[in-house]
Design a protein around this ligand. Structure first.
Ligand code: F6P
Ligand code: MN
Length: 324
């Protein structure tokens, strides 16, 4: 069977050449990252890097490797005006004529590395609309303005999932030829949710709305929802959202009282916005308890946000529990 390769797909979809170059650059570097991940202990790349990142999290060696590879690859592209990485304190200015700003989470779910479980790279591409010299301010655009967003999931197969604002397509890496081939052209999140995804160990720290919502799901057929729900938690947003795109359900990482000063765990610009763009493009919804995530005006690049995403009707029900 002949399948459409990523470059051909982008041309057919009339994606602007400069944007194509950014997406193809990310695709190419992801192959190198997937090879480092596959070698694992044989290449000595597992374990801690021995440092903390700007988020106050312990970095893994592969966090640093993936970050350096992506930075180097993107900085070489004339279309890239500037970069912001979850692993770096400051934005990086690149080409003065570049049209795009790229934000990325180089290795999402990196606590999974040492147990040989799924991780991913998440990216968001924004138009550059600001001044000649790139500053953090230029990146602070609502998620709705993204020109493209996507992720690479390093799992049993390596997949690239992408939206340029015209639906969601999934590509699988052909590891013999190192090319991404189209395997799902138009993803649509199933309407009825049967699964939910939350770190249940934090239950006692959630706000009342989330407590009530999850308690009612757990009551199953005997409760107000009148049906049983299944639960899944991979602890890598990229893998949990991939499951939502493939078979539906709801994913949430709520605010909790462990760090009351922090809005949530997930990052708006590196995680919530790009994943939100994909989920909306696949017919789902992406909210905080107060409103739609893609409409948030960011205040700083490392901002965090509570996230409720997935099948549209289920997200609405969860938000309603908070607003009662
Ligand atoms: O990037 C943050 C992250 O690793 C997400 O990928 C994931 O959804 C979440 O944190 C896992 O959090 P926890 O450690 O609470 O399970
Ligand atoms: Mn992450």
């Amino acid at each position: 069977m002949s399948r459409t390769a990523l470059p051909e797909f982008l041309s057919n979809a009339a994606v602007p050449n400069e944007l194509q170059s950014v997406i193809l650059g990310l695709a190419e570097v992801s192959v190198t990252i997937s090879q480092a991940l596959a070698k694992g202990a044989l290449a000595g790349v597992l374990g801690a890097a021995g440092a903390e990142n700007v988020q106050g999290e312990d970095q893994k060696k592969l966090d640093v490797i993936a970050n350096d590879l992506i930075k180097e690859a993107l900085a070489a592209l004339p279309a890239v005006r500037g970069l912001a990485s979850e692993e770096e304190p400051d934005v990086l200015a690149c080409h003065t004529d570049g049209q795009y700003l790229v934000t990325f989470d180089p290795l999402d779910g990196s606590s999974n590395i040492d147990i040989n479980s799924m991780v991913g790279t998440i990216f968001s591409v924004l138009p550059h609309t600001g001044s000649a010299a790139v500053t953090e301010q230029d990146f602070l655009q609502p998620g709705r303005q993204q020109a493209a967003a996507g992720y690479i999931l390093y799992g049993p197969s390596v997949m690239l999932v992408l939206s340029t604002g015209n639906g969601v397509a999934m590509f699988t890496l052909d590891q013999d030829q190192n090319r991404y081939l189209l395997t799902e052209a138009d993803i649509s999140i199933p309407v009825e949710a049967k699964e939910f995804s939350i770190n249940m160990s934090n239950q006692r720290h959630w706000v009342a709305g989330m407590q009530h919502y999850i308690s009612d799901l757990l009551l199953g057929k005997e409760g107000p929802r009148g049906k049983d729900f299944n639960m899944r938690w991979v602890a890598a947003m990229v893998a949990d959202v991939h499951r939502i795109l493939c078979r539906g359900g709801l994913f949430t990482y709520p605010w909790d009282s462990r760090k009351p000063e922090q809005a949530g765990k997930l990052r708006l610009m590196y995680e919530a916005n790009p994943m939100g763009f994909l989920v909306e493009q696949a017919g789902g919804e992406v909210w905080t308890p107060e409103g739609k995530i893609l409409d948030i005006q960011p205040e700083h690049i490392h901002q965090r946000v509570p996230v409720i995403l997935g099948a549209a009707s289920e997200v609405k029900i969860c938000v309603d529990y908070h607003q009662r």
